[in-house]
Design a protein around this ligand. Sequence first.
Ligand SMILES: Cc1cc2nc3c(=O)[nH]c(=O)nc-3n(C[C@H](O)[C@H](O)[C@H](O)COP(=O)(O)O)c2cc1C
Length: 731
Amino acid sequence: MTISIWRYSHLALAVSSFILLTLAAVTGVILAFQPVAEKLQPYRADNINQITLAQSIPVLRKMYPGISQLTVDANHFVQVKGSDAQGKKLLAFIDPQNGAILGTPGKKSDFFEWVTALHRSLFLHETGRFFIGLTAFLLLLITISGTALIIQRQRGLKRFFTRIARDNFAQYYHVVLGRWSLIPIFIIALSGTYLSLARFGLIGTPEKSPKIDFAAIRMKPLKNASDFDVFKQTKLSEVESIEFPFSEDAEDYYTLKLKIGEVAVNQVTGDILSEVKYPTAVLLTNLSLNLHTGRASGIWAIILAVASANILFFIYSGFAITWKRLSNRTKNKYKANESRFVILVGSENGSTFGFAKTVQKQLLKAGERSIIVELDRYTVFPEAEHFLILTATYGLGDAPTNARRFTDLLQQHPQPKAIKYAVLGFGSHAYPDFCKFAFEVNYLLSQQAWAKPLIDIHTVNDKSPDDFALWAEAWSQQAGIKLDVTTQANPVKHRDMQQLTVTTINHTNDTNGVFTVTLKPKRKVIVTSGDLLAIYPTGDYHERLYSIGIINEEIHLSVRLYPGGLGSGFLHSLKAGNIINARIVNNSHFYFPVKAPEVIMISNGTGIAPFLGMINQNIQKKPCHLYCGFRDSSSYQLYQNLLEESHADGKLSKLHTAFSREDPKQYVGHLLATDTDLIADVLNNDGVVMICGSLSMQKDVMELLETVCQTKTDNDLSFYQSHDRIRSDCY
Ligand SMILES: Cc1cc2nc3c(=O)[nH]c(=O)nc-3n(C[C@H](O)[C@H](O)[C@H](O)COP(=O)(O)O)c2cc1C
């Protein structure tokens, strides 16, 4: 069953019962203090588990000849009724061993009586009782659906109590407290439901009184009550009440109402005149009363109070979660058939809609026709030029509820025009399948003839504003529309601006416009190969990002000069000794996998930059295979010495080069196609594949990897992507 069915049932049940549930929970918290207050009174007989009727009854009859009834309540208070030796009315708590009076029962608290009536019947008699019973039943169903949701969220019963990733306050504590108070709430709901059913006679059979054969009552042998076998065998703790014989006539007898049944005892001989066992339904009613009211145990009563208070918190947090989900839904200004930008959203709890709205606002501000659509409402968008797909991942790396049908819809609705797409995955590293669904969507889109990637897939861990801003920047650069997504949580980032000195710049004319720049930070900075360097060519908000390779503590960039290119033109104009302002952008998802046993690196063009640094730093000489593609050998010359040295040092195990404009014309994909067994081995043995370069190269490589995964590895492509075993940084 899907998470949504449980969720919707949970919500529907909560919505339909929350008013009465609030009332029952508030009164329940108050009533739980009644047994605690009662237990504080000093009337408890501590040893009723040891005292037998044979010990107690003769003492009591002697002290109180007019005793008519004895009761033992859940507090272990023993109460006697009747008249005392002076013939005065008797109603007192006594010590059952010596008959001493411990106190007299006071009037029940009006307040507790009032709250009890409200809790049981809303002051509406049978109608009220019915609604309260129904509320208890709905609470039972809410508890069951809540349990199912926790099991699904935690990926199975075994992991029920394992750590919960913290989403937001209401959601986190809804689940955390839910796990702990599940059992008491289940017991409250079940016992409440049972008591209501019993009350309306829907279960249980009426108690039968003992049938006495008066003709068979014996007058002899005369025995003392202390010698009656039945009294000797019965402890006070087994008794609910005892009716004493009215006179000394043998036809008047003792009636023992025990916890499990009723026994009539001849007052002369001690014979058992009749014995009836209560039906299970009656025993269950008693048990339900004990469990529902906490009357039998002060500790249980406190647990009930806490559980009832938790119900109130669940009502609040449940509505806070729902409100968040609903308030993130959007109204669109434009229609699907007139929008140029389509923001497709996959979200379970609504936060991804918040990010989508930020993007939407910027696009509308820029005067673009833009629309937000749930992934499950995917259709043909005749005017669309850009798809921005923002999707979370749920369950075991699955699609969120509003994106379940997307993969089918994508096949059903091919788009009439070419559309540039960008996928942004929302997820959390607390889950093993990080952003798996986003990787799947990205792959499926790459298979559509009409879909053209604008930028590589990006991911956002734990709603990180920085991750989001990085994606927005990358997208803005390619789309030519500024998305300013800086927020309070992500204040102007240029605080971390560094001054960097150009140490070398290497541009020759025969490298197809590719050149390298080496920079040295003036101050010590934390930077790793794979990070990005953000430069500001016009000194304002225009930002350009370049992959970094660290060699000998210097930052190496590989850049292709584009005619009129803002960033590449700026870098190309630099001279050794120039100082530039730039900042390091953390890109840790593309770091060298230090723990992996073997690594395959795939690049084309300037995508080689981070790998140069990673290979240079591979002092442990971990097996590393580099597959790099260039237009021709002149572009390769920029890196040749460094790579050959690394190979000779053992930092690079194998170097494969492909030249697309020299015979035999080859792309990296061709090199990889001959080494599919190696790729499969690396993936099957915890190794990592890294890709850096152009999006079109990435598309071809991903297709090849998908085939390798289908035919030669244990898992599919998105599994390796979401477990950081296939890492890509393409543009
Ligand atoms: C029950 C549950 C399961 C999740 N499973 C995954 C997962 O498998 N992979 C992942 O990367 N993130 C997972 N997440 C994290 C969410 O995808 C992430 O918090 C996302 O930002 C939520 O977006 P939303 O509020 O739009 O649904 C899970 C979160 C929850 C609560």
